[in-house]
Write a protein that binds this ligand. Structure first.
Ligand code: ADE
Length: 243
């Protein structure tokens, strides 16, 4: 599952261009015995299985070797800190990270206590395993690495990017599709007006959909004025249902 995703599209190209190297390791390969068992019943009884500590410790220690210093060892778990664009940015600054994809029934507590240096959740829901969460982290981090998207400026304006706001709406050709026209400002050729429109619509969209995001955003006095105007316009706007 992971290798097919990692081999395709932008992540695949990032690896071809050596902006990124992902190496997959199967924890089972580090389990002992003929059956290579990686889980066992919980002490204290109850349902479900728990991932054994030894194969995980041995996998991480063997993979990272003596160069472990400074490498975050991240356990993917719904109990971890919530993943976000800010966390992706933070992780993109490391030369190397190790992600451990466990199973949701549980991982022996000693992995958290003595091996993992960080625990990340991709959201308040429970998946059957940490593989998709690990791929999510890899994807979000990869597109922030230098050279991966081509246009270095592109990630700054992303939703949840440097501005902290949701992104403005986008349009491309045709100018008129089924009678739905592209806003005049965007085809005006006036760069300043386009920038103003985009900033105002980013503010408007964020205010409408994710007002919580404003908590972490510094707005200039001018932007506060825009926002007040945007809110007022929004309240008067008949078409606001489409926002
Ligand atoms: N494993 C199962 N669910 C998860 C989640 N929401 N985040 C990270 N790892 C998980």
């Amino acid at each position: 599952m992971a290798s097919s995703y990692l081999g395709s599209s932008i992540i695949g190209r990032a690896q071809e261009s050596r902006a990124l190297l992902v190496v997959l390791h199967n924890i089972r390969d580090y389990a002992k015995g003929r059956h290579r068992v990686t889980d066992d019943t919980p002490y204290g009884g109850g349902g479900g299985m728990v991932m054994k500590p030894d194969p995980i410790f041995e996998a991480v220690e063997s993979v990272l070797g003596s160069k472990r210093e400074g490498t975050p060892v991240i356990l993917m778990t719904p109990q971890g800190r919530l993943f976000s664009q800010a966390v992706a940015r933070e992780l993109s600054g490391y030369k190397r990270i190790a992600l451990i994809a466990g199973r949701y029934e549980g991982v022996d507590e000693r992995v958290r206590q003595h091996l993992a240096t960080d625990e990340i959740s991709i959201g308040d829901y429970v998946l059957t395993g940490g593989e998709l969460p690990a791929l999510t982290v890899i994807d979000a981090v990869t597109r922030l690495l230098p050279g991966v998207l081509g246009d270095d400026a592109a990630t700054e304006k992303d939703s949840h990017g440097d501005s902290g706001l949701l992104e403005h709406p986008h349009y491309t050709r045709p100018m008129n599709y089924r009678g739905w026209r592209v806003p005049d400002t965007l085809v005006s050729g006036d760069h300043n007006r386009v920038e103003l429109w985009r900033r105002q619509h980013a503010l408007r969209r964020t205010w409408k959909r994710r007002p919580d995001l404003f908590d972490g955003v510094h707005l200039s006095d001018l932007e506060k004025e825009w926002l007040a105007k945007v809110v007022k316009e929004y309240e008067a706007d008949e078409t606001k249902g489409s926002e």
